[in-house]
Design a protein around this ligand. Structure first.
Ligand SMILES: Nc1ncnc2c1ncn2[C@@H]1O[C@H](COP(=O)(O)OP(=O)(O)O)[C@@H](O)[C@H]1O
Ligand SMILES: [Mg+2]
Length: 175
């Protein structure tokens, strides 16, 4: 796979929580939303159809976003206003020569640094080198056992706080 579409190895993450159905993935997004304080960077890894957008939909709904949350695959960035502003990015279709400045990334990162916005990025590989020392939470959605559902793993820089690890530790998402 080309570097734009690198997905980190699953064994680099601790075991995660099982999301059996799409509603579970959205519920995980909602639980993540409850832990946000503003200023977080969420990197969402996983193959096509892993549920990354579904997670952001649950997160935005829990933040009180009332407009429809749709994949930013072609726009690269969609912004939603809820309890926090959410910049939802998807770099799947970014080409190797694209300049992230062109999509206004420095301004988005300034808002995150001020704590007034949260950034959630699908296919976040190209973003990593722009983050500098900015802390981030990194999620990996894997196909669940027996090809059913998904397993959501979490790691971060620095290590995610206990409350975050509690949501993403092994066990089911009991809605
Ligand atoms: N836990 C889950 N189990 C089964 N299907 C799921 C789960 N979470 C999400 N999905 C489904 O996977 C499909 C792709 O989801 P999407 O969020 O668009 O993926 P991505 O953004 O990672 O490409 C959707 O039909 C969604 O409902
Ligand atoms: Mg998506």
């Amino acid at each position: 796979m080309d570097p734009l579409h690198d997905i980190p190895a699953a064994d680099g993450f601790p075991p995660g929580v099982l999301a059996t159905v799409p509603a579970d993935t959205a519920e995980l997004g909602a639980r993540a939303a409850a832990l946000l304080r503003g200023g977080e960077v969420l990197l969402l890894h996983g193959g096509l159809g892993a549920g990354k957008t579904c997670f952001v939909q649950g997160l935005c709904a829990a933040l009180g976003v009332t407009t429809e949350v749709v994949s930013p695959t072609f726009t690269l960035v969609n912004t939603y206003d809820g309890r926090f502003r959410v910049h939802h990015l998807d770099f799947y279709r970014l080409d190797a020569v694209s300049d992230l400045d062109d999509i206004g990334l420095p301004d988005l990162l300034d808002e995150v640094a001020e704590g007034s916005a949260v950034l959630a990025a699908e296919w976040p590989g190209p973003l990593l080198r722009s983050l500098g020392r900015t802390p981030f939470l990194e999620f990996l959605a894997l196909t669940g056992p027996g090809g059913m559902g998904r397993e959501w793993r979490l790691r971060g820089r620095p290590e995610p706080a206990t409350a975050w690890r509690a949501v993403f530790r092994p066990g089911g998402v009991a809605c």
